[in-house]
Design a protein around this ligand. Structure first.
Ligand SMILES: Cc1cc2nc3c(=O)[nH]c(=O)nc-3n(C[C@H](O)[C@H](O)[C@H](O)COP(=O)(O)OP(=O)(O)OC[C@H]3O[C@@H](n4cnc5c(N)ncnc54)[C@H](O)[C@@H]3O)c2cc1C
Length: 387
């Protein structure tokens, strides 16, 4: 069989390229090792998150990405909620970072509001009032429910758009515009996109290694459905989150936050813990997360990490029902210096990977740009330093 475009991997990066190519009238096939998408794209918070992007090109891509989620949600029939995000400050140094960030971001198409503790409690009544200083609200973020969105996209691309999906079909080799499956079958294509996420050792391991991608393991939890009347509202990010996104590196007071956490709670730095919460259509809370990289990753999960995440969550919001119904780990590949990595590794074969914790926030727009401009995307770099 021959296709215009073949994609390896049915996570959001692979699906984004498949969708963008089909919109151009190209014939497309997606190959997936598993019986359905099971990687990072169904294991995340579902935060479509321009606020975390470091300005400049990355922020512009994130804003375009958000529009593409809305278009795709409407076409494929899954909700894209206009929820916004609220950063809570429970320390004065965190509040200073938020104020500096809002001042710095005034020219970047983000609508940011610095609000008092009392106003925070109006918009997020479950915020913990103990020590609450204030917060920053951004109206730009969107919420999707990852398992629902990804399965709806696959169904839509397959049955409505006419893309062929080959599940349970790991690709083991690509050569001369021909892809080979583990069972020996082969297909040809004019262009091939390799979007194999954290499982990048399955195809072009050396070329991925040259990009210095690092694997990261994250521990996550789902609460039981919260009682009637309990309501999260926007995505919740905590003061600890400011340490995590390079977007906040432009704020002089961030150093104080980092130093306080390092001195008083070194256990959080050891496991890269900051806390965030989103919600599902059933009223459960998606809670996380931790970050263990490279050689520090063990095959077994640590209950200590879950305990620390819940300890910190309880400092910033008060859950209606604290019981946990599910625990899982997610893995992603992260580029050390770029927001993602796009590279042509042999004629017409593109590796698209390394989105780290930003794949839901960037990859539809990146896919659109790659498919629009194959030639200029042969080696595309977008720095993760604040613009
Ligand atoms: C816990 C967690 C929380 C996150 N929260 C957010 C968030 O809120 N917002 C945000 O923007 N980002 C978030 N992210 C990041 C985001 O989920 C990832 O950046 C994104 O999902 C990566 O997509 P992907 O398609 O590259 O990888 P994946 O979704 O992992 O997909 C790769 C696919 O390729 C398949 N595959 C691998 N090798 C082969 C092969 N040889 N042949 C065929 N198929 C193959 C795999 O089976 C897999 O299905 C989070 C990530 C995690 C883990």
């Amino acid at each position: 069989m021959h296709y215009d475009v073949i994609v390896a991997g049915s996570g959001i990066v692979g699906l984004g390229h498949a969708w963008a190519a089909a919109k151009k009238g190209l014939t497309v096939a997606v190959f997936e090792s598993n019986g359905r998408p099971e990687g990072a794209s169904i294991r995340n918070f579902g935060m479509v998150w321009p606020i975390g992007q470091p300005g400049g090109e990355a922020r512009a891509l994130a804003l375009r990405n958000q529009k593409l989620w809305e278009e795709l949600g409407e076409a494929a029939g899954f909700p894209v909620e206009n929820c916004g995000s609220l950063f809570l400050a429970h320390h004065d140094d965190e509040m200073r970072v938020l104020e500096e960030f809002a001042a710095h971001s005034s020219s970047t198409r983000m609508s940011l509001e610095i609000i008092s503790g009392a106003e925070v409690l109006k918009r997020m009544p479950c915020a913990n009032p103990d020590g609450l200083v204030g917060g920053m609200f951004s109206g730009t973020e969107r919420r999707i429910h990852p398992p629902t969105a990804i399965s709806s996209i696959v169904a839509y691309l397959n049955t409505v758009v006419g893309i062929d999906f080959y599940f349970d079909t790991p690709l083991t080799r690509i050569k001369d515009q021909r892809v080979y499956a583990a069972d020996g079958r082969a297909w040809t294509a004019n262009r091939i996109v390799v979007a194999n996420g954290a499982y990048y050792k399955t195809l072009y391991p050396d070329q991925h290694r040259e990009e210095r991608l690092k694997i990261c393991k994250l521990q996550m939890m789902l609460s039981v459905s919260q009682p009637n009347g309990w309501h999260l509202g926007p995505h919740m990010a905590s003061g600890l989150t400011l340490r995590h996104y390079p977007a906040f590196n432009c704020c002089p007071s961030l150093q104080q936050v980092r130093q306080r956490v390092a001195e008083t709670m070194p256990e959080l730095d050891r496991y890269g813990i900051h806390v965030m919460a989103s919600t599902t259509p059933n009223g459960e809370l998606i809670l996380g997360d931790s970050h263990e990289y490279g050689d520090d990753i063990e095959p077994f999960d640590k209950s200590e990490i879950d305990d620390l995440i819940l300890r910190e969550i309880n400092k910033v919001i008060i859950l209606g029902d604290v019981r946990i119904s599910r625990r899982w780990t997610g893995f992603y590949a992260k580029h050390p210096k770029q927001m993602f990595s796009v590279k042509e590794v042999e004629p017409s074969v593109y590796l698209v990977n390394g989105f780290g914790g930003n794949g839901m926030s960037l990859s539809l727009a990146v896919s659109e740009a790659v498919i629009d401009q194959w030639e200029t995307a042969k080696h595309w770099e977008v720095s993760n330093e604040p613009a």
